[in-house]
Design a protein around this ligand. Structure first.
Ligand code: G3P
Length: 218
């Protein structure tokens, strides 16, 4: 499963990239707002750090303006992936852009039928929001299971990008189901490394090492 960081924070992206944990980045207007940075500038900087897809979202609601915005965004770098909302205009934009060889991430997906439409429109990625699904009393992971089943039934090439990931169990479940990608805040990705027995083990080894009176670095 590929790991994308769901953030526009440069330091966090760099840290994960340096650890070899990053296959791409997703941003959205809220994350750009949170970063306090200029959209074009920060997206360009992220594209320079990560080789994989970097999602940049259009904000227009109609197809013609989405295309004009996408034209601006895809000039930032070759690895920009245009993010469009799961609406008919968004799907029309998706079809046009992927037809021209541009990657497209269809976002704000909340049903398997919507994901079916994204695949039919030729999306590179579809982003079902599991956390927001859970927030509203539905099981976000059931949605991922349904989409996996439907995509496999018909051999759709659209990658399932699990989004709105809030905690490590979302990541575990996404991997169990066979999602192609998950995007999570850097803190969630880093917390995958946490285990109390790892901490306890380090503590025990260091205590015994101290008793030997030895050093590795002379
Ligand atoms: O990947 C989508 C994400 O940015 C939304 O996450 O936590 O605001 O639902 P959240």
């Amino acid at each position: 499963m590929k790991f994308f960081a769901d953030t526009a924070e440069i330091d966090a992206i760099r840290e994960l990239a340096d650890a070899g944990l990053l296959d791409g980045v997703t941003t959205n207007p809220s994350l750009i707002h949170k970063s306090g940075r200029d959209f074009m500038e920060v997206t360009g900087e992220i594209c320079g750090i990560v080789d994989g897809p970097v999602s940049a979202e259009v904000v227009a609601l109609d197809h013609a303006t989405m295309m004009r915005e996408a034209e601006v965004l895809r000039k930032i770098a070759d690895n920009v992936c245009i993010k469009v909302p799961l609406t008919i205009d968004g799907l029309k934009t998706c079809r046009a852009l992927t037809g021209e060889g541009t990657m497209v991430n269809v976002t704000l997906c909340f049903s398997a039928n919507q994901a079916l439409l994204a695949a039919k429109a030729g999306a590179t990625f579809v982003s079902p929001f599991v956390g927001r699904h859970d927030d509203n009393g539905f099981d976000g992971m059931d949605l991922i299971r349904d989409i996996r089943l439907i995509y496999d039934n018909y051999g759709f090439g659209t990658e399932i990008l699990v989004a709105s990931v809030r905690h490590v169990i979302h990541v575990l479940e996404a991997a169990r189901i066979g999602a192609d990608v998950m995007t999570a805040p850097p803190a969630v990705i880093k917390s995958l490394a946490n285990h109390v027995l790892t901490d306890k083990g380090i503590e025990g080894f260091l205590a015994d090492w101290a008793k030997t009176g030895q050093t590795i670095l002379k």
